[in-house]
Design a protein around this ligand. Structure first.
Ligand SMILES: Nc1nc2c(c(=O)[nH]1)N[C@H]1C(S)=C(S)[C@@H](COP(=O)(O)O)O[C@H]1N2
Ligand SMILES: [Mo]
Length: 213
């Protein structure tokens, strides 16, 4: 399927779900598997039809916007930052979930401190090498388990899953985690990302089935 048709199909699906009244639930699920999800043993790949090939020598990550210390990190500089691992469950809005994903990389809080984000910043907007973007409020991503991940299961993050580096925000549907991430821009006002402007929820909480806005 062409990229345009794929995007149009996914957007139409969101509109159909909305028309059926599939929006946020009032009561969160207490189970490990969020409501409406199915457990998968594999690891499906979702992208916009392109998996950009970025040599590590060419890779950079910008941290900019409302920061005292705008920074562009190369691969060596990124690798020299404190590295952490976090095991989390992965929930895609298209109803599959994967348990026990072991991600390694740099905590968003580390980049937040490094760039000295100004107090007026309340959102972060992620931009990717494939043209993707997504956005999240800082109150939903600054509690330690949000990573810019460069490894999965102890091995370098494969290109199909967003390598060299991708964002993981385990508490939210996975479209909030930008694969092939290139920049983190801190903002005072929210700015909708790729799927958010195409009908997906801005808050994206799997526990309340908050799929479509
Ligand atoms: N750059 C980029 N990031 C992206 C996407 C994308 O198309 N491009 N798709 C999102 C969606 S909808 C999901 S479910 C996850 C899929 O990650 P996976 O391919 O590793 O399963 O990546 C998210 N991040
Ligand atoms: Mo997704």
């Amino acid at each position: 399927m062409s990229k345009e048709r794929y995007i149009a199909a996914k957007q139409a699906w969101a509109e159909k779900q909305k028309a059926r009244g599939v929006t946020a639930r009032a009561v969160p699920s207490a189970d490990r598997l969020p409501p409406g999800q199915k457990l998968t043993a594999g690891f499906p790949v979702l992208d916009l039809g392109v998996q950009p090939e970025i040599a590590l020598a060419d890779w950079t990550l910008a941290v900019d916007g409302l920061v005292e210390n705008p920074t562009v990190l190369n691969w060596e500089q990124f690798a020299a930052l404190p590295q952490v691992e976090d095991v989390s469950d992965f929930h895609c809005v298209t109803t599959w979930s994967k348990y026990d994903c072991r991600w390694g990389g740099v905590a968003l809080t580390t980049l937040y401190e490094l760039a000295r984000v100004k107090p007026e910043a309340r959102f972060v907007y992620f931009t990717s090498y494939d043209g993707y973007s997504t956005n999240v409020s800082l109150e939903r991503c600054l509690d330690g388990d949000t990573l810019v991940a460069t490894s999965f299961g102890g091995a370098p993050l494969p290109r199909e899953h967003g390598g060299p580096a991708r964002v993981i925000i385990p508490k939210l549907y996975a479209w909030k985690g930008a694969k092939f991430v290139k920049a983190l821009t801190f903002l005072a006002e929210d700015k909708l990302g790729f799927w958010e402007v195409r009908g997906y929820s801005n808050t994206a909480d799997p526990w309340t089935e908050d799929r479509y806005a």
